[in-house]
Design a protein around this ligand. Structure first.
Ligand code: SF4
Length: 352
């Protein structure tokens, strides 16, 4: 049975109770999830022992009732059991997301990660504090892990994100070095990079030349008021700079090889969000619609900010999905990255 949008959104917000899937705690940006295959496609719902959704005998249950949907937790990959020559476990360098995506945060610190400047939905340095990852991953380490993950676990794409550095490139140059090293050992592995707009847009071409096939430049909101409240540090980069960076990225990487996150639930105007998504689509940028969730370790969770109404998320997803389909834009065509994977959004449930 196809996965209904309402169920997909509800599970994304209310999470599931499940034993033993792959899960990461903390990390960059608005994500901290379990990974399951739900109705045949990857999904990354929060793992919540109080959720009304549960998994039993490979089926999704709501309050104990079988919804007729197959669901399987993603198991522990084999590359997690390896360690580098320096003794660092591979799983501290990169993680499996969904069923076949290798993901890492190449620099696990962020210049904005202070009480008054950090993004309120982000927990990038929490995994560093808990010792589950390392501060800086070297190109050689990531190449080693990528090769093993492809060989042992059939990984089909890789996502490299980064905390923001104080330099002009905002972390892009280290990303480029990492991509180059990875592509040397697994040349056919599609790689997506994610960073803020670099102050010098030449860094975007550098990422492409290094071998990245897609890029995410994540704004999270197109509303300056929301940006100032939710991401006071990141909001010092003007929206104008984002539009310029997206335009340059589309010029370099191509149509539908560029994406951005738009979060639902930050107090934005719904119509303005959908209109902004339409502007992005018109320029060839894929707006990845993601519900805000108050994840552990974030300021939003500390302050008790609730998740958005699932009906609102479903409505925004449906309408942006319609615009994406009308433009012939499918996340899977990006080849690598969050939109290509689709597990973090309900957009795949509406065929986008
Ligand atoms: S810019 Fe914001 S979302 Fe990105 S790593 Fe820094 S604090 Fe997290």
């Amino acid at each position: 049975m196809p996965l209904p949008l309402s169920t997909r959104v509800d599970v994304a917000i209310r999470g599931v109770r499940v034993d033993g899937p792959v899960q990461r705690h903390g990390g960059a940006g608005p994500s901290d999830d379990g990974h399951v295959v739900l109705g045949g496609t990857g999904a990354a719902p929060p793992l919540d022992p109080t959720s009304p959704y549960s998994i039993s005998d490979g089926r999704l249950l709501l309050d104990g009732a079988d919804l007729g949907l197959d669901v399987a937790p993603v198991g522990r990959p084999r590359f997690y059991d390896l360690v580098t020559a320096e003794g660092i476990p591979y799983e501290r360098l990169a993680r499996l997301h969904s069923a076949d995506v290798l993901a890492t945060t190449v620099v696990q610190t962020c210049v904005r990660y202070e009480e008054f400047t950090r993004c309120r939905f982000c927990a990038i340095e929490e995994s560093l504090r808990s010792g589950t990852t390392t501060a800086v991953k070297t190109p050689a380490q990531l190449a080693e892990v990528a090769e093993a993950a492809v060989r042992l676990d059939g990984v089909r794409q890789m996502v490299l994100t980064t905390g923001t550095s104080a330099g002009w490139d905002r972390g892009a140059r280290h990303l480029a070095r990492c991509v180059r090293a990875i592509k040397e050992v697994v040349p056919h592995l599609p790689v997506q990079v994610q960073c803020e707009p670099p102050a010098d847009l030449a860094a975007i071409a550098e990422l492409f030349v290094a071998g990245a096939q897609a890029i995410g430049i994540h704004v999270e909101s197109l509303d300056d008021g929301v940006r100032a409240r939710w991401m006071p540090g990141k909001a010092t980069v003007a929206l104008h700079d984002y539009w310029q960076a997206w335009a340059e990225a589309v010029r370099v990487f191509g149509w539908n090889r560029v994406s951005t996150y738009l979060l639902v639930g930050l107090g934005e105007d719904q119509e303005e969000l959908i209109e902004g998504a339409g502007d992005l689509i018109a320029m060839g940028v894929y707006p990845f619609i993601v519900p805000f969730r108050p994840l552990a370790g974030t300021l939003a969770a500390r302050d008790g900010i609730p998740s958005p109404d699932p009906a609102v998320v479903a409505e925004v997803t449906r309408r942006v999905g319609w615009a994406l389909r009308a433009a012939g834009m499918h996340g899977s065509a990006q080849g690598a990255g969050c939109a290509a994977c689709g597990a973090g959004s309900a957009l795949p449930a509406v065929g986008a």
